[in-house]
Design a protein around this ligand. Structure first.
Ligand code: C2E
Ligand code: MG
Ligand code: MG
Ligand code: MG
Length: 281
């Protein structure tokens, strides 16, 4: 009715979503290429011992304060970064920041817990990644043993051969390898013994289900014992309530990460925690 030779969005919502995605894509490009990461920052979420509450490690998690959209969360912008081929750069920005932060913290806190960093799938199609990462830790003057690298189950399953080879190399260099979101991808169960892994992170959905469903609880219990039998360390994600922690008590001390203990925190708050743990010098 509006005439020929024109293209019109039928669905306004679809149009708005697409517009937002493009905006995020362009802003990311700008932030990574010209603005030196302005607006991006890292929060750190402690991973603690379920019985003593001691902080054993911390996961670095990206935060983005967008100039016009306000706070944008990683579940949204990581997906856009991956689709628009920017996740390699984004990960490397994060790794540089984390290495510098760890070097800085180590001056005051020699007992600093390990820091965990998320890697996106595209990193595994970059043949230079291991060399780049070695240069990155060398530049910062920290040992690879300070870092855990988190790879999702889906990444592992989709890029098995290149992934295994690269992870083996990274592990030999001294990095710890952690399998993130375990239990949500295609089942990696059968291949678990073939992967060069140090740690399993059980996805949050298991903790959520286990507190309301007996069979889900048995499944969680089985995964815990599986990790123990494979000598993998284990992190249970998404512990939000005392009742959930009580459920885990049966399994002995575990590493847990969740809002019950700490939310992801800005650097200043982490410093306060590190001060409590080991007063700075
Ligand atoms: P993830 O690696 O599985 O990280 C854990 C997510 O669960 C984080 O969400 C964290 O804030 C959230 N979480 C932790 N404890 C609880 C809890 O008790 N309850 C609930 N409801 N949530 C909890 P966040 O920070 O929004 O990150 C989402 C995902 O985005 C991450 O999932 C990770 O896949 C990705 N991501 C975040 N930062 C980075 C990054 O620097 N690089 C890459 N490649 N991906 C990142
Ligand atoms: Mg993670
Ligand atoms: Mg996870
Ligand atoms: Mg996740």
């Amino acid at each position: 009715r509006a005439g020929r030779n024109r293209f019109q969005f039928v669905d306004q919502r679809q149009h708005d979503l697409h517009h937002r995605e493009l905006q995020i894509e362009h802003s990311l490009h700008h932030v990574l290429n010209t603005a030196a990461g302005e607006g991006l920052s890292l929060h750190y979420q402690p991973q603690v011992c379920s019985s003593s509450g001691e902080i054993l490690a911390m996961e670095a998690l990206l935060r983005w304060q967008h100039p016009t959209l306000g706070p944008v969360f990683p579940d949204e912008f990581i997906a856009v970064a991956e689709q628009s081929g920017q996740s390699v750069r984004l990960d490397r920005w994060v790794l540089e920041q984390v290495c510098a932060q760890v070097a800085n913290w180590l001056q005051d806190y020699p007992q600093l817990p390990m820091v965990s960093v998320n890697l996106s799938a595209q990193q595994f199609s970059q043949p230079d990644f291991a060399d780049w990462l070695q240069a990155c830790v060398d530049n910062a003057g920290i040992a690879p043993t300070r870092l855990k690298l988190e790879v999702t189950e889906t990444t592992m399953m989709e890029h098995t051969d290149t992934c295994v080879a690269m992870l083996e190399r990274l592990r030999q260099m001294g990095f710890r390898i952690s399998l993130d979101d375990f239990g949500t991808g295609y089942s990696a169960l059968a291949c678990l013994h073939q992967y060069p892994l140090d740690e399993l992170k059980i996805d949050r959905s298991f903790m959520v289900e286990a507190s309301v469903n007996e069979r889900a609880f048995m499944l969680l219990k089985t995964i815990v014992s599986l990790a123990q039998q494979l000598s993998l360390s284990l992190v249970v994600e998404g512990v939000e309530q005392q009742e959930q922690l009580d459920l885990l008590a049966d399994f002995g001390p575990l590493m847990v990460q969740g809002y019950y203990f700490y939310r992801p925190l800005p650097v200043a708050d982490i410093m306060a925690l590190l001060d409590e743990r080991q007063p700075g010098i």
